[in-house]
Every structure is written in structure tokens, then in C-alpha cells.
Design a protein around this ligand. Structure first.
Ligand code: HEM
Length: 208
């Protein structure tokens, strides 16, 4: 019998550290964007962090270290412990299509400790977006030292667009993620406490 929690502590720790970190990064990033917008709009001053450009940058570069350390720990732990291969894989186009249709009909069953294909693809996508966000962010932070990375992303301006769209993808993920949590609120306590290992064993038997 595998003694396990629905969500092991490293997942919960990284997940909840990531929440304020993401809010801080996005809000300070919006402030930096406002100083030299890529598009014909700016973000409301009240939705930014830092007060002025210098403050926005200081917050962004300070919180960045938390994001990188937390993300790196989660990635390494997820890969080495088998969490990613166990919980986020396999995911096939057919399973995503089937579960997406079920989700749109509000008929997608949710079992504790088991992600459906839509969740798997969303969590994998946000992981990749997070990596893209950090890589593009590094390239526009140190464009001279990391000129190879800037070239790989198509130049400095394109790297800014990549950074912006990676942020937008993550914000969109969070909006959908929160709607899903609101629709299935019973998933939330386990993400805080870890959940009951007994439930996962029974559920796995049902699934098999
Ligand atoms: C108030 C905000 C948030 C709430 C209430 C929340 C809630 C949850 C819950 C309940 C789960 C488990 C779902 C399940 O068991 O089916 C989960 C998983 C997850 N959430 Fe969030 N979340 C929030 C913010 C975020 C943010 C900002 C991100 C990333 C940008 C994120 C990324 C993830 C990922 C990647 C997983 C899967 C983790 C894994 O198993 O490795 N969440 N979240």
C-alpha cells in the first residue's frame, strides 16, 4: 500500500509560494510595461506594484529570485520524484478532446488525486509558459551578456513580445484555473492540507 497524500508537501509549498510571487511579478511587470507599452493600451496604475518605474523594476527583480528558486525546486522535485510523469502524463489529443467535451457539458468527473486530461494539458502548458517567461525575462534583463538567447528569441523587441504573451497565457490560465476551482471547490482543502491518503487508494482502485 502506497502511503501518500493527494498533494505531497512540495507541491503544496511551491503552489502557495507561487501565488503571491505571481501576483507581485504580474503587477510590477504591468508597471514596467506602462512605461513603454507594446500595444495601444496601458494597465491601470492601481493594478501595478511599485508606484513608479524604478519601484516597479525593483519589485520585479527582487521577486524574480523567489519565482526562480521556487520554480526550480518544483521542476527538479517534480522530475526526480516522478510526480510529473505520474500525475501529468500521459496526455493524448484524444483524451484531451474527450475530456474537453465532457467539461463543456459540465459532465467531467473529478476524482481526488487524479487529474483529468484537460487539467494535465493546462498544468503542462503553464509549466512551459513559466519556463518561457523566465527565459524571455532573462534575455531582456541581460541582453548584452545573454545576446545568444536574445538572438534565439528573434531579437530584443520580439523577446519583449514573447515575455508579454507568456505572461498573458499565465494570467489566462489562472482565470480558467480559478473558475475550475470554484466549480469543483472540494479540490481546494486537499491543496491546503494534503488530503486523505485513503481516498486516493480507493479512487485508484475504482479507476483501474
Ligand atoms: C487563489 C489562487 C489559486 C487557487 C485557489 C488554486 C487552487 C488549486 C487547486 C485546488 C489545485 C488542485 C486541483 C485538483 O486537485 O484537481 C491546484 C493545482 C495546481 N495549480 Fe493552482 N490555485 C491557485 C493559483 C495558481 C497559480 C497562480 C498557478 C500558477 C500560475 C497555479 C498552478 C497550479 C498547478 C500547476 C497545479 C498542479 C500542481 C501539481 O500537481 O503539480 N495555481 N490549484
Amino acid at each position: 500500500m502506497r502511503k501518500t497524500k493527494i498533494h505531497p508537501w512540495p507541491v503544496r509549498l511551491c503552489h502557495w509560494i507561487n501565488l503571491p510571487v505571481m501576483i507581485g511579478m504580474v503587477m510590477s511587470g504591468w508597471g514596467i510595461y506602462n512605461a513603454d507599452p507594446l500595444f495601444a493600451f496601458t494597465f491601470p496604475q492601481s493594478a501595478t506594484l511599485g508606484g513608479w518605474l524604478g519601484g516597479n523594476i525593483a519589485w520585479h527583480l527582487a521577486i524574480m529570485w523567489l519565482l526562480a528558486a521556487n520554480g526550480l525546486f518544483y521542476l527538479l522535485w517534480g522530475l526526480l520524484s516522478g510526480h510529473f510523469s505520474r500525475r501529468l502524463l500521459p496526455v493524448t489529443p484524444t483524451s484531451v478532446w474527450q475530456d474537453l467535451r465532457r467539461a463543456l457539458r459540465f459532465a467531467l468527473p473529478h476524482s481526488a488525486g487524479h487529474y483529468n486530461a484537460v487539467q494535465k494539458v493546462m498544468y503542462l502548458a503553464v509549466l512551459l509558459l513559466g519556463i518561457l517567461l523566465v527565459v524571455s525575462g532573462l534575455s531582456i534583463w541581460k541582453p548584452v551578456q545573454l545576446s545568444g538567447l536574445v538572438a534565439l528569441l528573434g531579437g530584443f523587441t520580439l523577446a519583449r513580445y514573447v515575455h508579454f504573451f507568456a505572461m498573458s497565457g499565465i494570467v489566462l490560465f489562472v482565470v480558467i484555473h480559478l473558475i475550475m476551482v470554484l466549480l469543483v471547490p472540494k479540490t481546494l482543502p486537499a491543496m491546503i492540507t494534503g488530503g486523505n491518503a485513503g481516498v486516493i487508494k480507493k479512487q485508484e482502485q475504482v479507476d483501474e
